[in-house]
Design a protein. Structure first.
Length: 231
């Protein structure tokens, strides 16, 4: 099997993990801010805004990254680690906020602003990291299939979106009812972290070797006459 089908399968897992995270963050923050509709709005804003920021920051530098799939794996594993730690971190932060911070603040706008700021910071770092996955995966995949960048990007976008749809359905209708919030994060961490690991160890020919092979092929290619009508 070539590298591209493996990367597409990995990106399905990445999309599923990302939307599993998003679905459980909405419920966690609903418990914290006390209003599920507001929590969903906050999560959507931070999730999409953080992903946009991550994609922008990494996309500007992806061409200069020597091994983008190595960094993709690092990012996915980092997000998975945050996912594992999210439940105890959420409990510690919110208990500290309600026990010590909020009683010391004046009621009203200040306390509300502090609550929303804490809620946003709980999910912003991993949202930025998730945004970095697409430019890194795209750069790595295109280097392995340089002759068809449009098809490669389309397949990756399709795979990630398909995984996202499956992930939010499974999380919302199956896992939450079966294993609760902490248990739902487990499959997401496994999917994202496992995909990150496989991206490093199952991607076939290394990019620098592929570049050398293409250069050799061009040097070995016989010269041909220009088409009629061209100089």
């Amino acid at each position: 099997m070539g590298a591209l089908p493996i990367l597409v399968a990995i990106f399905v897992l990445s999309g599923a993990a990302g939307l599993m995270y998003e679905s459980i963050w909405s419920r966690y923050l609903g418990l914290f801010v006390g209003h599920s509709a507001y929590a969903q709005i906050l999560v959507l804003v931070i999730f999409l805004g953080g992903m946009s920021l991550g994609a922008h920051l990494v996309g500007r530098r992806s061409e200069r990254v020597r091994e983008p799939l190595v960094w993709y794996a690092v990012v996915e594993l980092a997000v998975a680690a945050i996912g594992v730690a999210f439940h105890p971190l959420f409990v510690a932060v919110t208990e500290g906020a309600y026990d010590r911070l909020f009683p010391a603040l004046p009621a009203g706008v200040v306390a509300t602003a502090a609550k929303w700021t804490i809620a946003a910071l709980l999910i912003l770092p991993q949202s930025v990291l998730l945004g970095a996955t697409f430019p890194l995966m795209s750069a790595g995949a295109i280097r392995r299939t340089p002759g068809q960048p449009g098809r490669t990007l389309a397949l990756l976008y399709f795979a990630n979106s398909l995984g996202a749809a499956a992930g939010v359905l499974v999380a919302g209708f199956v896992l939450l009812a079966a294993v609760g919030l902490p248990g739902t994060g487990g499959p997401g961490c496994g999917g994202g972290g496992g995909g990150g690991w496989r991206a490093r160890v199952r991607t076939g020919v290394r990019p620098r070797r592929a570049v050398r092979l293409r250069r050799r092929a061009r040097r070995a290619r016989p010269c041909t006459s220009p088409p009629a009508g061209q100089g």
